[in-house]
Design a protein around this ligand. Structure first.
Ligand code: AMP
Length: 538
């Protein structure tokens, strides 16, 4: 028997019209150079309609890719909606890519329109004459005064909106599987790979973020995505926040921890999301700000050491909520925290639980698979590759359909982990980063967390070095906090109580800072190159 319920497409049009109709007073706050710009959703919606009409008037393809090279700003949020609402595909471009990769992604995606913040225009200088697909160049003024390269005929964004009457009526997306967004994974080797989100996947992911045991995003929230809008749609928050009717605080060019904390204090932010590194850099300044409005500080992108989470709990009154995900998973797969069953557990146990990546949110399925393709039990100790399935998980990459997928359609994460009997995922390492020493595994992530629990350590990354006797041995790169007089022996002494003796790094090398990838993670590829170089000149 077939059920008799309405089969209506899940689409971003619903989020937009709901916000326009019900949350006109909701605020979009952007930290601009000359002060905070506050726009009511009702006025923002008119601007989205103007941009939508402008895209139509350009005469670009019905599914044209609209590239954005932009910070977290109101204009970027306008493109987030105008492009998909008109059937086009929002391609958020990672401004940290190399010039070669920028040219590659823009051309591979065949962007017809590029919307660029003035301060980021110089990134195009080298490649502007190598972007044959781009027909319309739009410049968003940000007060930076950056030079505009010769070549592209930029149209001023504000002039474009002012001269285009808003498109009226309802936006309609007939096919919920139509592409809404495109985001390339930064890829440390090889060309970046495009992940293509659909209206359906984005809508379901947003809805998932409203769940109370997930992010619990609600109308009363003031949501601040610090994670860039070019990185997995700022973890989906620009869509989830407006679905709930929550205010959005967009930091634009504010990147310094003190600026970010001041912004959080100024607007009584309740929920903020950023890569672990941001929360780490903010930690020394926590006593200087009133962060009592916060109910959730969410981290992801790399493991969050429990020492950092505990520091936040002590100083800001709130631990960090861990989550794990990937560009290919929109990105949220699991959310950390203490389960209801353990609400009465000891504080020690809760610290342990919060250090785990978390449990799968509804609709996301996980499994662990060993090298032979056999599924492993959820016993908290069997280590296997984490594979993922669900309605907001990629089924392939743009024009590279089957890469990274299993024959039965699960996404291979490339991460090794364990899962316990109630679904807590613990990420042990990336498959390619785990260190094999004397036939045993050393988790570079666990070792990094142990090193970073030293109060004088700002950051630490561990890689394996080939070793004739043990196959591989760990080498740690460490950044001292401030002026701390930290020595390798002091780090080793600290580790002695935390890890097995054979986990102690062979070498501990201090650096002024660690190289990072396009998405802000420690670049182990760059460290490996550094290590090879230093081997050559002992
Ligand atoms: P990206 O697609 O750039 O978001 O990177 C996804 C990868 O980041 C994952 O496959 C993990 O290796 C890593 N990652 C993300 N979140 C976490 C986390 N909470 N703990 C450890 N690794 C993480």
């Amino acid at each position: 028997m077939i059920g008799r319920m309405q089969d209506r497409p899940l689409s971003l049009a619903h989020i937009f019209h709901r916000a326009e109709q019900m949350f006109g007073d909701t605020r979009i706050i952007t930290a601009e150079r000359d002060g905070d710009r506050i726009t009511a959703v009702r006025d923002w919606a008119v601007r989205v309609r103007r941009l939508a009409a402008a895209l139509d008037a350009f005469g670009v393809a019905p599914d044209a890719r609209v590239g954005t090279l932009a910070m977290n700003t109101q204009a970027h949020l306008e493109a987030y909606y105008a492009a998909p609402l008109t059937g086009r595909v929002l391609h958020t471009i990672n401004m940290r890519l190399t010039a070669e990769h920028l040219a590659f992604v823009i051309t591979h995606a065949a962007d017809e329109v590029l919307i660029v913040d003035r301060s980021l225009v110089p990134l195009l200088a080298e490649i502007a004459d190598r972007l044959p697909t781009v027909r319309h160049w739009i410049l968003v003024e940000d007060g930076s005064g950056a030079d505009i390269p010769a070549g592209p005929a930029f149209v001023d964004y504000e002039e474009l909106l002012a001269s285009t009457p808003p498109r009226d009526g309802l936006f309609e997306i007939q096919d919920e599987n139509r592409a809404s967004g495109l985001c390339y994974t930064s890829g440390t080797t090889g060309d970046p790979k495009g992940v293509v989100y659909t209206h359906r996947s984005t809508m379901l992911h947003s809805l998932g973020q409203l769940g109370v045991d997930s992010l619990g995003i609600r109308e009363a929230d003031v949501v601040m995505p610090i994670v860039p809008m070019f990185h997995v749609n700022a973890w989906g928050l620009p869509y989830a926040a407006l679905l709930a009717g929550a205010d959005l605080v967009l930091p634009a060019r504010s990147t310094q921890p003190v600026e970010l904390l001041a912004l959080m204090q100024r607007h009584r932010v309740t929920m903020a999301a950023a890569a672990t590194t941001v929360w780490n850099f903010a930690a020394p300044h926590l006593d200087d700000f009133d962060l009592s409005s916060l109910r959730m500080v969410m981290s992801g992108g790399s493991a969050t050491p429990s020492s950092l989470s505990e520091l936040w709990r002590e100083r800001a009154g709130i631990p960090i909520t861990h989550s794990w995900g990937m560009t290919e998973i929109s990105p949220v797969a699991v959310i950390g925290g203490v389960s209801a069953a353990e609400a009465g557990a000891s504080e020690e146990r809760k610290v342990e639980l919060r250090a785990l990546q978390g449990r799968p949110v509804p609709l996301v399925q996980l499994r662990l698979v060993d090298d032979d393709g056999l599924e492993l039990p959820w016993d908290g100790s069997s280590v296997g590759e984490v594979q993922v399935a669900g309605p907001w998980v990629a089924s392939g990459y743009y024009q590279r359909e089957s890469e990274g997928m299993t024959a039965d359609g699960w996404l291979r994460s490339g991460d090794l982990g364990t899962i316990d009997g109630v679904g807590y995922l613990r990420i042990v390492d990336r498959v390619k980063d785990i260190i094999k020493s004397g036939g045993e595994w050393i988790s570079s992530v666990d070792l990094e967390n142990a090193i970073m629990s030293h109060p004088d350590v700002e950051e630490a990354a561990v890689i394996g070095r080939a070793d004739p006797k043990w196959a591989e041995r760990p080498v740690a790169y460490v950044v001292r906090r401030g002026e701390a007089a930290l020595t390798p022996d002091m780090v080793r002494e600290h580790l002695r109580t935390l890890v097995a003796k054979w986990w102690l790094p062979e070498d501990i090398i201090f650096l002024p800072e660690l190289p990072k990838t396009g998405s802000g993670k420690f670049s182990k590829t760059a460290l490996r190159r550094l290590l090879e170089g230093s081997d050559a000149t002992p």
